[in-house]
Design a protein around this ligand. Structure first.
Ligand SMILES: [Ca+2]
Ligand SMILES: [Ca+2]
Ligand SMILES: [Ca+2]
Ligand SMILES: [Ca+2]
Length: 278
């Protein structure tokens, strides 16, 4: 599995014009309910696994290890637990990027004292450390509101408390948390669930963020056949005590699609020749 994934990202880095993302035949309802993603809060590890056509990452933690999460602490109350992503085209011809995220962080957490509120979703096209878009989960300025998609540079982001895992250094943190400026380029649909339990096996309360973004807002970064560059999607809270990051292009949904990519590159023939030489 690990080999397959790294081979897939190698293939993706060669096949720049053929970045393929997971896609769904149907569409989702942006209502804060994850049943349409196939996610289940049934008290099992398998409950985190979504329907096919969705890429995801799970990093479920608890209050063990002194509440250490990486890069900071806080246990379940600051646990970024899972990120999900898919794409689909609606009957109107418009293609959408949909994002799901599960966290143990209460969205109503106020910022003050030792407490930090929710952050925004961040996208880095090119995976080059420059965060190009934010999707706002709260009103951030007089003109940048919850649900806005904002074109950003890194100067348009607040950062967290940590400069590296376990290193408290707010002045030198590069972990982006919330948008502070930039250009409003469009609107996402956003719904946040109320608290639920029984997610996975580690206990605690959880919340689900569900988003849908028309890919036209990404301009040059999204063409007729999908994103023009690989990208990272990230979410954290205002302290960045725990982050969750998804690189969806590294994901290959079916062995057949990897074989297709490798075949197109002539790599499968290369692999066979190498093998026969041994
Ligand atoms: Ca839903
Ligand atoms: Ca957890
Ligand atoms: Ca986590
Ligand atoms: Ca970038």
């Amino acid at each position: 599995m690990i080999n397959k994934k790294s081979f897939a990202s190698l293939a993706a880095s060669f096949a720049v014009s053929a970045l393929s993302l997971p896609a769904m035949a149907g569409s989702l309802t942006i209502d804060g309910n994850f049943s349409d993603w196939g996610i289940k809060n049934n008290g099992t590890v398998a409950g985190w696994t979504p329907n096919s056509g969705i890429t995801y990452v799970v990093e479920d933690q608890s209050n063990s290890n002194g509440g250490y999460l990486s890069p900071g602490w806080g246990g379940q109350a600051y646990d970024a637990e899972a990120m999900y992503l898919t794409t689909y085209t609606r009957a109107n011809g418009q293609t959408y990027l949909a994002i799901g995220m599960i966290t143990g962080h209460d969205p109503s957490t106020a910022t003050g004292g030792n407490s930090y509120g929710r952050g925004d979703f961040a996208i880095d096209f090119g995976r080059n450390g420059t965060w190009d878009f934010g999707i706002l989960t709260a009103d951030r300025t007089a003109t940048l509101h919850q649900g806005d998609v904002v074109s950003t540079s890194n100067a348009n982001w607040a950062t967290g408390l940590w400069s590296a895992p376990g290193v408290y250094d707010p002045a030198n943190s590069s972990y982006v948390t919330a948008v502070t400026g930039g250009t409003d380029v469009g609107n996402a649909s956003l719904a946040i669930s109320s608290a639920f339990g029984n997610m996975g096996t580690l206990g605690g309360n959880h919340w689900f963020y569900e988003l849908e973004i028309p890919v036209s807002v990404f301009g040059q970064y999204w063409g007729a056949n999908g994103p023009t560059e690989s990208f990272d999607l990230q979410w954290t809270m205002l302290c960045a005590n725990d982050l969750i990051t998804l690189d969806p292009v590294a994901y290959v949904s079916e062995p057949g699609s990897l074989a297709l990519v490798l075949g197109a590159l002539g790599l499968s023939g290369l692999a066979r020749r190498r093998k026969s030489r041994k």
